[in-house]
Design a protein around this ligand. Structure first.
Ligand code: SAM
Length: 202
């Protein structure tokens, strides 16, 4: 139930990989991961998607742990960690085709989530994609009892944390120039939201 601990990360990596294989094209190979955390996803996806370049990023306090996992993995297509804390750091000065972030929207407060969506709208080119993985509510309602308990557990730690509503994310992504490509149902009441950047208005 606890979506913060590495075992959850371990359980969902195969279903996420299947979706990534469906989405990633020859043109979209530079991936930036936001909120890399334990780096288990990063290592697994870089190992299994040899044609992509996976760049990790997180808040500075996570870097020592990420660096040691990356050093051990020794994968030529695995980079970082870059310092990217939403609300503090500028978006990295490189071009990315895909931004992937898992289990971060319920950790960051909603203001930071909105800030991130705005930054992505300003920085990603037409045709690039944003993948947001995690538990989400629909019509403001939990999709399961376990998600409701998880939300309460998050709010007990910090009232600003909590499961976000799909419609709010979709509205903000649309406002920032994206269109929903697909909303994938994932195991354990999680979703994988894939958005595509539309052409910039002249
Ligand atoms: C629950 S963990 C998820 C880790 C990993 N993505 C996973 O799915 O296992 C949340 C991650 O978000 C990161 N994070 C929290 N606040 C952040 C912020 N303001 N900007 C960027 N990352 C943030 C944390 O450092 C942590 O790595």
């Amino acid at each position: 139930m606890n979506k913060e601990y590495p075992p959850a990360c371990d359980q969902n990596k195969d279903p996420i990989l299947s979706v990534l294989k469906e989405i990633i094209t020859d043109e979209n190979i530079r991936v930036l991961e936001i909120g890399t955390g334990s780096a288990q996803h990063a290592v697994f996806f870089a190992k299994n998607l040899k044609d992509i370049v996976w760049t990790t990023s997180d808040v500075a306090s996570e870097h020592t742990r990420i660096r040691s996992v990356l050093d051990e993995a020794k994968l030529p297509n695995l980079r970082g960690p870059l310092a990217f804390e939403i609300g503090k750091d500028d978006f990295p000065k490189y071009n990315y085709d895909i931004v992937f972030t898992a289990n971060t929207f319920h950790i960051m407060n909603w203001k930071k989530c909105k800030n991130l969506m705005k930054i992505l709208g300003n920085r990603l080119r037409e045709g690039s994609q944003v993948i947001i993985y995690g538990p989400f509510n629909y019509d403001g309602k939990f999709t399961s009892e376990s998600n409701a308990l998880f939300d309460q557990w998050l709010k007990d730690q910090d009232p600003q944390k909590g499961i976000r509503t799909f419609e709010d994310i979709n509205k903000n992504m649309t406002k920032n120039g994206f269109v929903l490509f697909k909303d994938y149902e994932m195991p354990a009441n999680n979703r994988m939201l894939v958005f595509t950047r539309l052409e910039f208005m002249k």
